[in-house]
Design a protein around this ligand. Structure first.
Ligand SMILES: *Cc1c(COP(=O)(O)O)cnc(C)c1O
Length: 403
């Protein structure tokens, strides 16, 4: 076994909070998606630093698992990803930029070989007109709106594109896509409506762009059935272990564990309060409270404070049991009521689970009045990060895994 250098060992014992990202779980989730959509290419949505897990380690692992198409939100994320992905793998990885082409940035996209997901005829014209200047034939995706009313061209635009070849002269349209608004809810009637609108658009454009594939499904969409798969599916949150469904068990493997260190244990006397605002009190009996070294600056939302929400506050897994938060979440600390634990079950220096196998990211999201998606993407930069399996790549150890 390789001995760890002292710097690294000290860093680990000195960390107030540790985030462990299980890349094997990400790979297993990718495999599950492939099994569920056997007829389609399974891409990976890695926007927002791979939903907070770290773009570098996640993208390298997914590439090693055979993923060749990636989606990011903007060109800066795309340029970072281009540096991360090995240039030597074949076929070469494709990077789409979901937020499209920002005005005046075509040269940047071309340089990093990014494909904008074009959502208007104006964007399309700008990319087309940049072609001769930047690199000849330019690949791109076309985004159509089928009911989300966020981004995308209309069915009338699709009809124009089908008829007028000059509109896409010099462009190689490699993807025609739309996005589902309600894929988390299989019973929602908007799914079928969007599917039928998208089919109409695709039937019109497929003969015009024979080299293109169609794509409609995000994570939830993959489980709506093969009609929704088309040539390529675009899962995000499910890769990272979040539950893409509302009101249904999560079949995906959790990929994130966030732990905070017990930095103090105290007996709080009857009638005393804990934390800012004095919102929690011991009542008539003494209580035992553990102070943990993580807080809202680590993305552990202040909405998890006890009594902050009617659903109840957060819980932490500590000393073998789930214990409730006591009072308000501070910037760097959380107080937990451990009075229910046997003596000696918790000692200073122990680690407590904030998110992990006992307390899922979706449970934390629910308790904070939001979604697992927001909990993941809000994970702070201060955690000491560990990746499973470990990596020899120094870049994986630096902050959020950027190249
Ligand atoms: C974020 C996003 C996805 C991934 O959605 P998940 O629900 O995380 O699977 C797919 N497509 C588009 C257009 C997106 O913006």
């Amino acid at each position: 076994m390789k001995t760890r250098d002292i710097g690294e060992a000290v860093q680990e014992t000195a960390a107030g909070a540790i985030l462990t990202v299980d890349l094997d779980a990400v790979a297993a989730n990718y495999a599950m998606l492939k099994k569920q959509a056997p007829g389609a290419e399974v891409s990976a949505v890695v926007k927002a630093d791979a939903y907070g897990l770290g773009l570098g380690p996640v993208a390298r692992r997914l590439a090693a698992e055979g993923c060749r198409t990636f989606f990011v939100a903007d060109a800066n994320e795309g340029a970072a990803l281009r540096e991360i992905l090995p240039d030597t793998i074949s076929p070469a990885p494709i990077i789409y930029v979901l937020n499209g082409l920002f005005p005046g940035t075509a040269a940047l996209y071309a340089k990093a070989r990014l494909r904008p997901v074009l959502a208007s005829l104006a964007e399309l014209a700008e990319w087309r007109d940049a072609g001769p200047e930047v690199s000849g034939v330019l690949p791109a995706a076309l985004h159509f709106d089928t009911g989300m009313n966020r981004l995308g061209m209309s069915a009338a635009d699709a009809a124009m594109l089908a008829q007028d070849e000059t509109l896409t002269a010099g462009l190689e349209i490699s993807l025609v896509m739309s996005h589902l608004a309600c894929a988390d809810d299989a019973g929602h009637p908007q799914n079928a409506q969007q599917l039928s609108r998208f089919r109409e658009i695709w039937e019109r454009l497929q003969p015009r762009f024979p080299g293109a594939v169609a794509s409609l499904a995000n994570s939830g969409g993959v489980w709506l059935g093969p009609d929704y798969h088309f040539g390529l599916v675009r899962p995000g949150v499910s890769l990272y272990g979040g539950n893409p469904f509302t009101g249904r068990a999560n079949p995906f493997h959790p990929a994130v564990r966030a732990e905070a260190r017990v930095i103090a244990l105290r007996e709080v006397a009857p009638g005393e309060t804990v934390g800012y605002g004095a919102t929690w009190n011991t009542g008539g009996a003494p209580r035992r409270v553990a102070i943990l070294g993580a807080g809202y600056a680590d993305g552990y939302f202040r909405a998890l404070s006890s009594g902050a929400r009617p659903e109840s506050g957060g819980v932490v897994h500590i000393g073998g049991a789930a214990c409730p938060i006591a009072g308000r979440i501070s910037m760097d600390m959380v107080a937990v009521d451990v009075s229910g634990l046997p003596d000696g079950a918790v000692t200073r220096g122990d680690m407590a689970e904030l998110i992990g196998p006992h307390i899922t990211v979706d449970d934390v999201g629910f308790r904070a009045g939001t979604l697992g998606y927001e909990i993941l993407t809000a994970l702070g930069r201060r955690y000491m990060r560990r990746y499973i399996p470990g990596s020899n790549d120094k870049r994986d150890k630096e902050g959020r895994g950027q190249a």
